[in-house]
Design a protein around this ligand. Sequence first.
Ligand SMILES: Cc1cc2nc3c(=O)[nH]c(=O)nc-3n(C[C@H](O)[C@H](O)[C@H](O)COP(=O)(O)OP(=O)(O)OC[C@H]3O[C@@H](n4cnc5c(N)ncnc54)[C@H](O)[C@@H]3O)c2cc1C
Length: 404
Amino acid sequence: MSEEHHYDLVVVGGGPAGSSAAFAAAKNGVKVALLEKENSIAETVRTSGVTWIQNIKEFGIPDDCFNPIKNFSFCSPNNEVTISDSIPRAAVLDVRKTYRWLAHEAEQLGVDIFVKMNVNEVIKNEKGDIVGVKGTGPDGKVTFHSKVVIDASGFTSTVCKAMGFATQWKRFGAGAEYEVKVEKVDSETWWLMVGQQYSPAGYAWIFPLGNNIVRIGVGIGKPESDVDPTQRLKELIEKKLGPIKKLGEITPIEFHYGLIPNDGLSRKTVFNNLILVGDSAGQANPLVLEGIRYAIKFGRVAGKISAVAIKSGKTDKDALYPYEENWRKEIESKINSAGKVQDRWIGLTDEEWDKELDIIKELKSEEFLDFIKADFGLSNMIKLATHHPKLAVRQLFNLVKGKK
Ligand SMILES: Cc1cc2nc3c(=O)[nH]c(=O)nc-3n(C[C@H](O)[C@H](O)[C@H](O)COP(=O)(O)OP(=O)(O)OC[C@H]3O[C@@H](n4cnc5c(N)ncnc54)[C@H](O)[C@@H]3O)c2cc1C
């Protein structure tokens, strides 16, 4: 007989969104299963792990999970700019440690974590609503019945696709990265590298992790470019282009590869008994394709709202809607504005990038960070759009405000 379980909530995917949702749901008093298809949480790393110290503190992520960053360097074919801050506001995460910490926090609150559990089927009731999932585990088929399911399966969006609520993302970023040991590096400075030679639709990066370890990567927008990021990354490292040459000898430690949705906030994220969160919901800042902080933040919101709904005995889409309302209110307009800047950036020629860096040079560190984080709601963005002495800067920020 196949194995069968009954839970209040089943969360599919043990990434940052899934672990955070499981944590918050358990904290709010419901019985939760977290299902992860890999052999362990964060077995495969698919991200560069840049995030912001303010968010790290808000989430309670321990200090030994990240390397602080205080200088932000950009280079284009013929230009370079470094914006230096007085204190570190950005960070590069030890991704494995952080994701495992998030899962451990959930486990400590009583969440049952099933690894090696590949979810491949949904269970529906007579109305066609989801009431559980089936997966294949080490001992065969396992059935999980639940009142609510959270799809936190990332880019693949396994559950919502199986329900017929979504198809494959059409616009997305593909990224390849080597974690490497280098001879010399300033561990407080990150590099973003733009222009055709680095990435024809995206950017390349050097993100330091401390102890002379860095992540060198290339991200490429699809379908805008058909260049293979892995191939381009190998070329950049071989030729030691731009700031890569400053690193001296490079010894590879680990290779990372991943895909991130870039279709904007196009999906509905609540259905009867079902919530989508993280990459599965397309919750990413399109400017630098970062989604970890949203995955954690809205994972927690999804978990809490699911628990409240489960305890009230009403788990239809209306009962779960406060989740969608919450995240849309917080990020929808920012992500839409960031999408406009991304559209501008994706079309820039090398010469235009050289000029764009001159605009970026004009920004103070807080302005630059708010900009790159897509924190556009802030009043200084409005000030930049109306009062900045340079026309080019005003134009960039008017774009953010929605003007041509
Ligand atoms: C190359 C690259 C670089 C990036 N760099 C950054 C960055 O610097 N900063 C940043 O904030 N964001 C970055 N991102 C984005 C970030 O990684 C994602 O936004 C974030 O991981 C989303 O978290 P998630 O939990 O929704 O999905 P994921 O982290 O993808 O987690 C999904 C989990 O679900 C599991 N799963 C999938 N299918 C199934 C199934 N059928 N059954 C069971 N389990 C399943 C997976 O194994 C995985 O563990 C990057 C993305 C890429 C591709």
